[in-house]
Structure formats: C-alpha cells, structure tokens
Design a protein around this ligand. Structure first.
Ligand code: ADP
Length: 475
C-alpha cells in the first residue's frame, strides 16, 4: 500500500506514525497510509517557513506570479487524475470533484494576477510639505487548517493568496482527506517553489492542529471547519493577539416565493440541499416555502428526489455520493431520529454492492424553524422544509438563525429579488440559484456565527493575508 509523507522545507519527510485513508464509497478500498504526526513535526515545518520568509517576501511579484501560474497549470493539467483521487477519498461525485480541482487551478491563476496588484495609496498629507500613503506587506508565516469537504479548493483558496502576497505557509489538512492536499504539495514542489515557502503536515486536528495554532512562530491562522474548533482557535489567537480568520457553519435558507418558477426552484433545492451529499457549509438546509405553493412544490421536489441516484462517487450516473465517514453518517441518522414523527421522507441507509456510507437524501417536512433539525448544522443530505405564511414571514424565518453564510430566493419578481438581497442577513445572497456554488474571484464569507475575521477570496483576501503600513515623508 502506498505511503505518503509530510512535506517540509522542500522534502518529503517520513512520520513516526501513519493512518489509513479509506474510500467512503467502498470501505475495503484503502487509498494509502498518511502521516499521523505529533507536534514534533511542526518545529521543522514552522522554522522552514520562517527561514524562507525574508527572501520569499522580497521576491519580485512577477516571480511569485509566475510560480503561482505554474501551480495553476499543474493543477489544471492533472484535473482528471486529481478529481479521481478527490472523489475516492471524499465521496463527492467525479464531475463535482473534477469541478473542484478545476476551481482550485483557477484560484491559483487568479492569485497569480493578484500578486502584481498589492496596491498601496498615495495621498497628500494634511501637513504642508509632507507626502503620505500606504503600502501592503506580507503578514509572515501563515498556519492553515482545512476541512475534508473541499479538500483541494479550500487549501487552494487559503494557500494561493498567502503565497501571492509574499507569506509562507504551513498547511494542516483534514485527517479524512490528506491525499488531495498531498497531491497539491507535489504540484507546488514541481512548480519550483523555493524550499520552506510551503509546508504540509498531516495529523489529528486535536493534536497537530492544536499545536499549530499554539506555535509561537506562526503569525496568523486561517481555518475552515466546525464552530466548536473555530471558537477554540479564536481564543488561542486572542491570547496571543494573533490574527485569526475563521469560516464555520451555515444553516442556509432557500426561500421559494409564491411566484417562483417551479422548475428553477426544484432544481435549486435539489442541487443546494443534496449535491456534494449536502456536505457544504453553503448547503440549502432550510427550504422555506410560501403556503400557496407549498403542496405543488413538495410534490415536484419528491419526484425530483426519487430520480436521484445514490452510489459510488466515481461510478457514471451517480448524482449523490456517500457520506464521508461512519461518524458523520451516525450524526445524520441521529438528527433524522430527532425529527417529528412522520415528517421524514427519504433518509434510508442503502445497502449497495460495496460497503460504503450510503444514505438516501432526506427532507423533513412541515417542521418548524425552532426545531433542532432547523437550527443546527447537520452537514448531510438532509433539508428542513418549512412552511411560510407570506414573503415577509419567509424572510423573517430565513433570518432567524444563528448563522449567516449564504441565503437564496427563487422568485420571478425583480422587486422581491432586490428586497431579499437587501434584507437577507447573510454574507452571500443568491437569486434563482442554489445557496451553494461561488466564483473564485469574489469575496466569500458570512455573518453571525458563520465567519469571524476578514473575508476570504477575491480582492478581500488581501485584508487577511497582507498588513498595511502607512508612510509619511517630508521630501
Ligand atoms: P469537521 O467537523 O468538519 O471535521 P473540524 O472543525 O473538526 O470540522 O475539523 C476541521 C479541521 O480542523 C481539520 O483539519 C481538523 O483536523 C482540525 N481540527 C480539529 N480539532 C482541532 C483542534 N482542536 N485544533 C486545531 N485544529 C483542529
């Protein structure tokens, strides 16, 4: 069985301990052995990143742009192969996985250009004879901790801006999906990035992730994952006065207005709630439907759900892959068991040819917005369908959540669409689109308990990955 190693200071470094990476579509298929490193690996990785920092941060932006472009080309040139690895270890379908890899390539390409746009300002001072302005500088060594659900796109969207703006990186990916991060490290190596600029360490979150966050020599921490861990990391950052960027959960509303085009509405609900097995922080997990259209919408939704094929992530024709692992599957079943009697449709464990974590997509109908299944993020192919008396009622239900990542509405009315875009209390608002699915060149992030710190991606990325220096001069 192949073994994969940490990547430190430009070299593959063996670990003390390894763990199996299992295919959730077929638990008999072991992808390989990946490091289960303890904190000891961090000293080498962080000090390599510190040593590489002065020269990397001083390189011409053209050098950084060219290297990022080479990484983008490396990713895009291997999109099929990387997509296959991703689908095999994470369980999203092959087209989704190839799409994610392609997006990771595009992210590197976008930030290749951004390396040349680390813009400052030039202003006249209020004082006679004084010139003033500002410039942007790298922050330093960035610790990056990523989740399993986008195992190449999320490492890419944190690593690419970090590198573009002259920082160095220590990445700790999720235990469940180290193969995609490992492939990314190979591509970065082959692109010719100087040793130490990018380092990859693999191991348990509670051990290695925690030690990375506590490491005295990292200058900032960017994390995507659960709210529980995010809060711990914010506390660690606060203790050290270290900048922390957190992307956490969602309980995203999709409002189906009475005047919605039903084909579009059903399509948005199916894609938003169930694609990627619902394992997206932007999933449409609360579908809020106006009373007058509720029965018709539900009938169409049922029909569309019954045509979905759940199966091996890499098999042609699969619409919904398996749940990522046994623990997440159990979490999904536990939430379904909490639903009011008779309200669950779907959500059956499926016995397929291979032993995988297969669950049919589920809706919980006529459930209130205060029920636990409507309040907490489940992170599976499960959506609450909530009845609203009117558009105003739907809007107030949509905003009545501790989260605020993404919100959507399906409507044919321009004025309703605009009203919803203004009044939805979320970081991202979609009209006639699923709540999930975003572009790499626009800001990503949420409000309330979904996000903390500066926004990610697009030109917002520089707010976290650079620091501003203000300059005054009397020439
Ligand atoms: P999920 O429930 O999606 O797995 P987690 O927040 O547990 O979300 O994991 C997201 C990332 O955070 C993973 O890389 C995981 O290894 C890491 N992680 C988990 N626990 C900790 C911790 N205590 N400190 C730092 N990182 C952690």
């Amino acid at each position: 069985m192949p073994s994969f190693h940490n990547y430190v200071n430009g070299l593959r470094v063996p670990a003390d301990d390894y763990q199996e990476n299992i295919n959730p579509s077929d638990t008999a298929d072991v992808i390989g052995l990946f490091p289960r490193s303890g904190p000891a690996v961090l000293d080498g990785a962080v000090s390599a990143a510190q040593s590489a920092l002065p020269s990397w941060s001083a390189t011409s932006p053209q050098v950084r742009a060219d290297l990022l472009e080479r990484i983008a080309a490396g990713i895009l040139g291997r999109a099929q192969e990387l997509g296959d690895i991703l689908a095999r270890e994470e369980g999203k379908t092959l087209p989704e996985a190839i799409g994610e890899v392609t997006r990771a390539g595009h992210i590197f390409r976008f930030f290749s250009g951004e390396a040349l746009r680390m813009s400052g300002q030039r202003l006249d001072s209020t004082r006679e004879g004084v010139r003033a302005g500002s410039l942007r500088e790298p922050v330093g060594v960035i610790g990056i901790i990523t989740p399993w659900n986008f195992p190449i796109a999320i490492p890419a969207w944190k690593t690419a801006p970090a590198l573009a703006y002259g920082n160095t990186v220590v990445l700790k990916p999720a235990e469940l999906t180290p193969a995609s991060a490992s492939a990314l490290a190979d591509i970065i190596h082959d692109a010719g990035l100087p040793p130490g600029v990018f380092n990859l360490v693999m191991g348990q979150g509670s051990v290695l992730g925690d030690a990375l966050a506590h490491h005295e020599q990292i200058d900032a921490l960017s994390f995507t994952g659960s709210e529980r861990v995010g809060k711990q990391l914010a506390a660690i950052g606060a203790q050290r006065l270290m900048p922390v960027q957190l992307e956490m959960g969602g309980k995203n509303p999709l409002v189906i207005a009475a005047d919605a085009d039903l084909d579009i509405a059903v399509d948005c609900a199916i894609q938003g709630a169930f694609y990627s097995t619902g394992q997206r922080c932007t999933a449409s997990s609360r579908i809020i439907v106006e009373r007058t259209i509720y029965d018709r919408f539900l009938e169409r939704l049922h029909a569309a759900m019954s045509s979905l094929t759940v199966g091996d992530a890499r098999a042609p024709g699969t619409n919904i892959g398996p749940v990522v692992d046994r623990r997440q599957l159990q979490t999904n079943l536990d939430y379904l068991a909490m639903a009011p009697a008779g309200s669950v449709h779907g959500g059956e464990l499926l016995e397929l040819e291979a032993d995988g974590f297969y669950l049919s997509p589920a809706i919980i109908t006529d459930v209130t917005n205060s029920h636990v299944t409507s309040r907490e993020e489940i992170f599976g192919p499960i959506a609450s369908v909530i009845r609203a008396e009117s558009y105003e009622d739907a809007l107030s239900i949509a905003n009545d959540t501790p989260f605020g990542l993404s919100a959507g509405i399906c409507t044919t009315s321009l004025s309703l669409a605009e009203d919803f875009q203004r009044r939805a209390d979320a970081g991202m608002v979609m009209v006639n689109l699923p709540t999930a699915g975003v572009d790499p060149h626009l800001s990503f992030g949420g409000r309330k308990r979904s996000s903390y710190g500066a926004r990610e991606q697009g030109d917002s990325a520089k707010d976290f990955f650079t620091q501003v220096k203000t300059l005054y001069v009397r020439p």
